[in-house]
Design a protein around this ligand. Sequence first.
Ligand SMILES: [Zn+2]
Length: 389
Amino acid sequence: MLRGNLQLMKSVNKSIILNKIRQEQPISRAEIAKQTKLTRPTVSTIVKELINEKLVTESVLGESQGGRKPTMLLIKKDSFYIIGIDAGPRSIKGVLCNLAGEQLHHIMESYQHPITNESFLSLLIATIQPLIDKISTKGKVIGIGVAMHGVVNVETGTSLFAPLLDLKDIPIMEVLEHTFALPVKVENDARAMALGESWFGAYGQQASMLAVNFGNGVGAGFILNDDLYHGPDSLAGEVGHMVIDIHGERCACGSYGCLQTFASAPSIVRRANSEIDGYVFTSSKEVYELALQGNEACRTFLERTGEIIGIGLTNLLHIINPEILILGGGVMKAERFMLPAIHNIIQNRSLTPSGKNATIVISELGDSAARLGAVALILAEVFDPVLKV
Ligand SMILES: [Zn+2]
């Protein structure tokens, strides 16, 4: 599975040391030995390898304690690069990051209709190639991560079903690996968002976390026991199809009254047009803007939508009990009206006092969470102490 530069990372000890440097840099060899409980000679040998592999660099930044300043270690962040892709229902967005996850170049390409598997893959390649061209030596790009909406088989890197493009069985990993001769990882976009939050978000790496995205669809990613949870059929996180009203509207999935029929951006437009008199809305943003201007009907509508979302989230909190719940997606831009209603519902309906006060926050990464999560798919192969090889 792992080839090229990723093969550098062979031992668990090496990953533990590399991850320690990433998290604590600048850090001395002695401090690494102390914190990891590895012996000093082991640390020295592995650090030497990491320096030879250009993953780590030395710097004399240490605090002088009377004697010689200790040599400190840093991740050599611009020695290797990663490409992160967010393949959404309207466009494909890409980013080129260094090993520190710093975003160096962005690109966006829009679909031409009709969209077929072939035209989708061509656009994907056309988005990635200019990012690779930004780096003079191709070998410095160590992998491509793709966040794809819909159901994804992460083992084969195939998009099994992309409902918003109406495509099936797209061999993303196979085609990209063949085209670019680089390791490729593919993940569902909401799960990638959870990973992006975990690696780069403002709320740190939590052992358990739930990230829910409210955009063109509604989906979630769970981190359980420090690991992204998929389930045997990669269906974990399809929370948009949790039924809220068994007599509700028919959903794209064939069921009725799913959370997505209330809380996705298109369903907010549809509901606002049927529930609010005197306006024809073309986007959920218009509802939000009118609410901001003081329109009572729009405010009430968004608060009511927040209550429905709160019901869905209460169900999820009772099932998963995460340390933190992170909400993202375009719909959450209306947090001012929705979040108090969400808190209210959870306060009223959760089982225990701590459940009632669950930590619920709005993503600070916003639109970039999914593509940063795609970057983290590759970074995890380099830095994660427990290598899944
Ligand atoms: Zn549904």
